[in-house]
Design a protein around this ligand. Structure first.
Ligand code: PEP
Ligand code: MG
Length: 755
């Protein structure tokens, strides 16, 4: 290579020797710049490190004035160095001073140097700093020299990421990689968790960047790629890919990239500059990330995930490390960080050590979110790129209420969250003490507080919360977290365990509510313009009765000799209920004929969640054994506001006169028919909303387990009769957008505890 002494491989070997010397970080850096300058036959070599404040600080130099070190600070968009940092691209100029971005720093004495080559110091695609060489002569740097300089930045990136350089930073001037960060995403599961990062799919820590023998490394990468291709092929052939959230299409894309010659050639070229196979994979991936991260095209960004996946798998292949995390080694106070994760994988972790979960993907209705909620693990999703923003062991806080994550928090932020978590724990302890207290208002009105559930892990909450029973068991959750359609016997086994776990407390099973936002990965998906108004729940059940029939049979068998409560979702006409009821009757007579023991009692209910039912309530209440208001759906349909669309879901209030009048109509009609009515949507779990429901006349509510304590505390301080009168007055006028402020005022005046 022209101009370089001994080439990049010699340089890398020297750098390795320096890295191993027992000297301070500053001395190492000082020696590194001398080595690079000599090797590249450059008069100047400087390292600029990106600080948390976004500026680039000169950390070491050979050739510029030594007094400029730690004194020269360049803005992130200033000069050539700023340009390299922000573009994450190398820049080679034979006449730097004529470049429009050139900015002169007199204290450095750089005016005598004309040619300039700068490359970004990257790690996982994030810029950590800039490495520059300069020459007096108007020199043209070759492609090989640019490549060689990029390779050497790997070593400096390691030093920055290890935290060694942090010791050189003045107080308050953290370097960028260690900087505290607050990231906002979507709240998936309530609660606050403080702990330390554990990567669900741990990155392989590349121990050795610099090759001893290039030909050995070339062979290693070829072998690893062959092994990886074979592994992916066999995973795909087995068809068993959903356990840890590995979706078939991701693997398919990874397989495609594993055959991409451009990508493989770049890795081989990086090895030729003296890196180990692992070092080369990391370098190429980091460059690719840097480039893609600066694109806004969502398609490209999605491909980045696939490339990350490929690089990660290749590193595992090279290091021989198992791909899945060794679950038993979970430290205390672990916060899992992952791009994506399957529900079964989460259930594999030791729950007692998990304090939180942070995902790059995962919406509120994703399966992992459902499981996190059932396990009571605070979780936040849609934090873009979080896996590459953290290092294992970093302090991290998950705020599953606000949907925020604090990475490497400052002490004051950490203290504030610790206090918030303590207050929550104290409140929880207080609610726990209320567990056995009967849920009766101050004026003696008894209100049954049930809880909602859907998985076996929910069942212990029954005892912990003090709920009287399970008012809504969402049977589709078993289907949603499974890899394949649960068999009839698997369904029966679950229902038996739920009934056993409930120990005689009533359980209301809701039949499969799939479709809409509840998608089963293994069932054929149909594109629907309007899935919430589409083919879902009872509609699927009646059109394809085999599914409902096998579920009903499983429920009847599971409840042999006991009582069974079953209700149907999304019923829109009386006729739909009658058809569902007839199906149950047919299954009962089938079981009778075949000598099975029947449940002692079977009660069939209807969920009131489609507004059309409000005008058929007399018939429904006369025919059903009970009704249960699914207020989540009822409100979305009443107000024509998608419950999953954040722009409109908060627009209409559950406590608006319109919704309260609808609810009043339901409870009154049911009362006239002596048909028990309950509410099982989320509003039941919010103390003020629950108060309004009691005021309207509801005497049974079903809510998330964590809400039972706060709602019970509210009703213990409530007088139901005066509330009913006050609410009646408030409802006489429907002009207000919501009665929330009035109800709050009413509660405050009577010291009804709402928190
Ligand atoms: C509801 O719609 O209020 C309800 C309880 O059902 P889900 O939230 O499961 O749709
Ligand atoms: Mg519903």
């Amino acid at each position: 290579m022209r101009g370089a002494l001994g080439g990049p491989r010699v340089l890398l070997r020297r750098l390795r020797e320096v890295m191993a010397e027992p000297v301070s970080a500053q001395e190492k850096l000082d020696r590194i710049v001398v080595l690079i300058a000599n090797n590249m036959v450059a008069e100047v070599c400087s390292v600029y490190v990106l600080r948390a404040d976004g500026n680039l600080e000169l950390y070491a130099t050979e050739g510029l004035k030594p007094e400029a070190v730690h004194r020269t600070v360049i803005g992130s968009n200033e000069g050539l160095v700023g340009l390299i940092a922000s573009s994450a691209e190398p820049l080679a100029l034979s006449d730097a001073q004529s470049h429009e971005a050139f900015s002169y720093k007199p204290e450095t004495g750089e005016e005598i140097y004309h040619s300039f080559l700068g490359v970004p110091i990257l790690r996982a695609g994030q810029t950590l700093g800039v490495l520059v060489v300069q020459n007096r002569a108007y020199r043209v740097y070759t492609e090989e020299e640019i490549e060689a300089l990029q390779t050497t930045t790997m070593v400096i990136a390691e030093m920055v990421a290890s935290g060694d350089l942090q010791t050189l930073a003045p107080p308050g001037q953290d370097i960028a990689i260690r900087r505290p960060m607050a990231q906002r995403g979507v709240a998936l599961s309530e609660g606050i968790g403080l702990g330390y990062v554990v990567l669900h799919e741990p990155r392989v820590v590349v121990q050795k960047l610099i090759a001893d023998d290039v030909s050995v490394e070339l062979k290693r990468i070829d072998d690893a790629i062959a092994a990886l291709r074979a592994r992916i092929d066999s995973l795909l052939a087995r068809g068993d890919v959903s356990h840890s959230g590995e979706h078939r299409d991701v693997l398919e894309t990874v397989r495609m990239f594993a055959h991409d010659q451009g990508w493989l050639r770049r890795i081989r070229e990086a090895i030729m500059t003296g890196l180990t196979a692992e070092g080369a994979v990391e370098r190429v991936q980091s460059d690719t990330r840097a480039r893609i991260l600066r694109q806004t095209d969502p398609y490209l960004r999605e491909r980045l995930h696939d490339l990350d996946e490929l690089a990660n798998r290749l590193l595992h292949e090279l290091s021989g490390a198992a791909f899945a995390a060794p679950r038993e080694e979970l430290p205390d106070n672990a916060i899992l960080v992952a791009r994506t994760m399957g529900p079964a994988a989460l259930l594999d972790y030791d729950r007692s050590k998990l304090r939180g979960l942070v995902l790059e993907e995962g919406g509120k209705t994703s399966h992992i979110a459902i499981v996190a909620r059932a396990l009571g693990i605070p979780a936040v999703g849609e934090i873009e790129g979080v896996v590459s923003l953290v290092e294992p062991g970093d302090a991290i806080i998950v705020d599953g209420l606000a949907g925020e994550v604090q990475i490497r928090p400052q002490p004051d932020v950490e203290a504030a969250y610790a206090e918030k978590a303590r207050l929550r724990a104290r409140a929880q302890a207080k609610y726990k003490r209320l567990r056995k207290t009967p849920s009766v208002t101050k004026d003696g009105v008894e209100v049954t507080l049930n809880m909602n559930a859907g998985l076996l892990v929910d069942i212990p909450h029954l005892a912990e919360s003090g709920a009287s029973g399970i008012g809504l068991f969402r049977t589709e959750l078993q289907f949603m977290v499974a890899d394949k359609l649960p068999s009839a016997s698997e369904q029966q086994a679950l229902y038996e365990e739920v009934l056993r776990g409930a120990g005689g407390a009533p359980v209301t099973f809701r039949t499969l509510d799939i479709g809409g936002d509840k998608v089963l990965p293994y069932m054929e998906q149909m594109e629907e313009e309007n899935p919430a108004l589409g083919w879902r729940a009872i509609r699927i059940a009646l059109d394809r009765p085999a599914l409902l029939r096998s579920q009903v049979r499983a429920l009847l068998k599971a409840a042999a000799g006991a009582s069974l409560r079953m209700m149907f979702p999304m019923v829109a006409t009386v006729d739909e209920f009658l058809r569902a009821r007839a199906l149950v009757e047919r299954e009962r007579s089938y079981l009778r004929r075949h000598g099975y023991r029947e449940p002692e009692k079977v009660e069939l209910g209807v969920m009131v969640e489609v507004p059309s039912l409000l005008f058929q309530l007399d018939e429904i209440c006369a025919k059903a054994d009970f009704i249960s208001v699914g207020s989540n759906d009822l409100m979305q349909f009443l107000f024509a506001a998608d419950r999953e669309n954040r722009r409109v879901s908060g627009r209409f209030d559950t406590l608006s006169p319109g919704s309260l009048r609808a609810l009043r109509h339901i409870v009154r009609t049911a009362g006239r028919h002596g048909c028990p009515a309950t509410v099982c949507g989320e509003m039941s779990g919010r103390p003020l909303d629950a108060m309004a429901l009691i005021g309207l006349g509801f005497r049974a509510l079903s809510m998330p387990p964590a809400a039972v304590g706060p709602v019970k505390q509210m009703l213990l301080g409530l007088e139901a009769a005066p509330l009913a009168g006050a609410l009646e007055e408030m409802l006489a006028d429907a002009s207000a957008a919501t009665l929330r402020p009035k109800l709050e005022e009413w509660a405050a005046a009577r010291s009804v505890p709402l928190e």
